[in-house]
Design a protein around this ligand. Structure first.
Ligand code: NAD
Ligand code: ZN
Length: 249
């Protein structure tokens, strides 16, 4: 383990373009529950309204019954409120330098990468703190939802507001995907997958591309995932501690 850590540390030291693909596991050490952790809180993924969590947070439910979706969006917000970046976010941000670009493609909606100082963050699933109008271009960044009505409406046009996140059943933000693809075409020297289980193509494809191009792939996740067998280096340990040990002089 220590030799492997040192080896990846060396690769990081020399790398000019590093990609971190991150998921809920990266924020676990900030005491934000992972998706599975969060759904466990809803008794096996069911909400008290008798529908699966994913359905309550689905585009269809939002359109038919926005108050119901808002109830669970508010719970999600509560789970990230006041939470701070942890060592994993901090190490990724500290790796940025004039000679090294660090790109973060995250499924997280908690904004902790930016808070830690990461400058290039592709928010694939949006951002829970950004509130947008469903009709006009009104938008606002909120630290907390405390002052929001249960079913908030646009101060300009009175349409329903919503967080700027990708609800289940919605497509990913095109401009974000485009910007991420642009960087993928330029290639990376090192690709990390940290704290993510999901099998979405936009997460797997950059890893597959790295494998095809002979670019080293590193996975940090206490559990095995579909990406594990593709990784050149695998650390079955928490992200923060592992990354910190990796960059330790
Ligand atoms: P997931 O819950 O399916 O997987 C989380 C992964 O993190 C698991 O593989 C787990 O083994 C790993 N993990 C747990 N603790 C870890 C640690 N300390 N260090 C490293 N890895 C650790 O989540 P997912 O597949 O990333 O995402 C599912 C969806 O849920 C995403 O679309 C995301 O938008 C949303 N989500 C976001 C947040 C957030 O913004 N923080 C939190 C929960 C869910
Ligand atoms: Zn509006």
């Amino acid at each position: 383990m220590n030799r492997e850590l040192a080896k990846v540390g060396e690769l990081l030291h020399c790398a000019r373009r590093v990609l971190f693909i991150t998921g809920a596991g990266v924020s676990a050490e900030s005491q934000i529950p992972t998706f599975r952790g969060a759904t466990a809180a809803f008794a096996d993924g069911m909400t008290e309204d008798g529908m699966p969590f994913e359905e309550a947070l689905g585009a269809e439910t939002f359109n038919l019954n926005p108050a119901l979706s808002w109830k669970y969006l508010a719970l999600l917000e509560l789970s990230i409120r006041g939470k701070l970046p942890n060592a994993a976010h901090e190490v990724m941000a500290a790796l940025q330098s004039p000679r090294r670009d660090v790109f973060i493609a995250t499924q997280n909606i908690d904004e902790l990468h930016q808070r830690a100082g990461s400058r290039i963050v592709f928010e694939l699933h949006g951002n829970l703190r950004r509130i947008i109008c469903t009709r006009c271009d009104y938008n606002v960044h909120l630290e907390t939802y405390e002052a929001l009505a249960k079913l908030p409406r646009c101060p300009r046009c009175d349409a329903h507001l919503r967080p700027d996140v990708v609800l289940y059943g919605e497509t990913l933000p095109l401009e974000v995907l485009d910007a991420f693809y642009q960087e993928q075409t330029k290639g990376f020297d090192l690709v990390f997958s940290v704290g993510t289980t999901s099998l979405f193509p936009y997460v797997v494809e950059p890893v597959m591309a790295a494998v095809r191009q002979g670019v080293p792939v590193v996975e940090i996740n206490p559990e095995t995932t579909p990406i594990s067998s593709l990784a050149d280096f695998r650390f079955a340990a928490p992200a923060g501690q592992t990354l910190r040990n990796m960059v330790r002089p």
